[in-house]
Design a protein. Structure first.
Lengths: 269, 269
DNA sequence: CCGCATTGGTTCATATTGTGAACCGATAGT
DNA sequence: ACTATCGGTTCACAATATGAACCAATGCGG
């Protein structure tokens, strides 16, 4: 691994939950010695990626990240387009919603929105969505480039008792997503969290990301499941359109079928 | 220089004006060979800092920068606080306004706002504000840590025919800023651009950044100058308050004096 | 259709750079 | 006064970065 990657990797330890980190603490988090970590931090400091709180000596993210984000958003204005959609999605479903994007072999969070309908709700605070254990990840495997499966199977960490840890279990989940048009994670990544995801497609016609609803497992009824599916399909259609893409007919067919089935069920009930 | 710094430095070549860059082009911009540049880019790609446009093979900023920016903004929510103020400032002055922050020995842009009052206006598209040639930089030298002067005098590049390039000229500018409470740049960085800056102070009582108005030189009259000074002082007071700081009495006194002098002039006119 | 230029990307012997245990001085709690 | 922690530095040793030369692919003018 290049030293540049090791240096840059330090940045991933900063998060809203842990925005300021001292040298020793960062050593522990990164699993490295003080000398190296300090050198890395100096490299990040001269480039403006971190700055040191002069009072506490702790490090925090620096101002250049704001510049870069602005350029990224002007280049690929995906966040702004997704924000409004997931906000509405959170409102109608009453659950936490989020959008993730695929870059290389990794699914990154792009934006999230919490609903205030319930006093308990899911908080999205992850750096990357594991391919094998999250609804977004399953979506990526089912509708994204097929090389992803290799990456996914390399590291199938068990986050909960239910996380799929065998290739067979993973392939079953992926197959199910391809048949329904939705990724699904039932207490696979966090206890008590059920998630549903719909794939998003961009101007190249490729899988570009996923829009998801994360619900507290205890209130995730079959009815809510159906409702979320319908709204997810709508949300994905809208975001895909905003990103310059459109839903492939094969996927559209799956969603329509799923919706029709629901209508039938609703009529018969 | 560490390889990490060299790697990270590649990111600074991405800007709204040049959001996607090919390998060869980046080699030229960075002044390095293809092999190294390619290795750097791979490091940036695996960490999600850049991604490759699959069609053009060009590289562009990746999604992680958005994550980092979000964390930064939650940690140090300076941009949001400044945005509203510079927007109003742009409206009342009719000129382009911006806010910069000091991190280490570098002044970075944080936010900018263009006025639509005139058909010609200044566009802010810089990565860093040179200490010796911009109003923000002079502010930093005049009111920031005194070590900055050494950094500034190390590289006094002449951007225009009027850029101060001697220590003496620079010290004169800094002295003037200390006496008036405003940084000033009269066609020092770009031809036809006059800028005025007021220092911003944060919760530690230290200089934290500057708020500036950049005007097209040909319409920069003495009257506009006075008007901008008054509004800048107000803007700085407000942003400093938002950032948890307050204006030192010494600076407040300078601004008040400046305003009073203006009143006297207005009365006598 | 050919030749020339340019693209993104790779190889490998060489030389620079990264590494981390041990260390220092400062601070804080017992 | 003792101990533990903090941020930060040193230096012999080991790994990593470097870049000229090299492919293969693409585009373009004649």
């Amino acid at each position: 691994m290049s030293s540049a990657v090791k240096t840059i990797a330090l940045l991933s330890h900063f998060s809203p939950a842990r925005p300021e980190i001292g040298l020793s603490e960062l050593c522990r988090l990164a699993g490295r010695d003080k000398a190296s970590t300090h050198r890395y931090l100096q490299a990040l400091e001269v480039t403006g990626f971190v700055e040191q709180n002069p009072l506490t000596k702790c490090y925090r993210l620096g101002p250049v990240v704001l510049q870069l984000a602005q350029t990224r958003e002007l280049t690929v204005p995906r966040k702004a387009a997704a924000d409004a959609v997931i906000s509405r999605l959170a409102e109608v479903t009453g659950e936490t919603t989020h959008v993730s994007v695929l870059s290389g072999a990794t699914v990154y969070p792009l934006a999230s929105c919490e609903s205030y309908k319930h006093s308990t709700r899911v908080i999205i605070d992850v750096q990357t969505f594991p391919l094998h254990a999250t609804a977004s990840g399953i979506c990526a495997l089912a509708f994204g480039p097929k090389e992803l499966l290799a990456s996914a199977s390399e590291n199938m960490q068990a986050f909960t008792a239910d996380t799929p840890t065998t290739i067979m279990a993973l392939e079953r989940a992926v197959q199910s997503a391809r048949e329904t048009g939705f990724g699904r994670s039932d207490r696979w990544y966090e206890d008590d969290v059920c998630s549903l995801s719909a794939p998003i497609f961009d101007q190249t016609g490729q899988f570009a990301g996923a829009v998801s609803v994360a619900s507290v497992a205890t209130r995730f009824t079959a009815e809510l499941d159906r409702s979320i599916q319908w709204h997810l399909a709508e949300a994905s259609r809208e975001i895909s359109r905003n990103w310059g893409g459109e839903i492939p007919e094969t996927v559209n067919y799956l969603w329509d079928k799923s919706t029709q089935k629901q209508n039938i069920m609703e009529h018969s009930s």
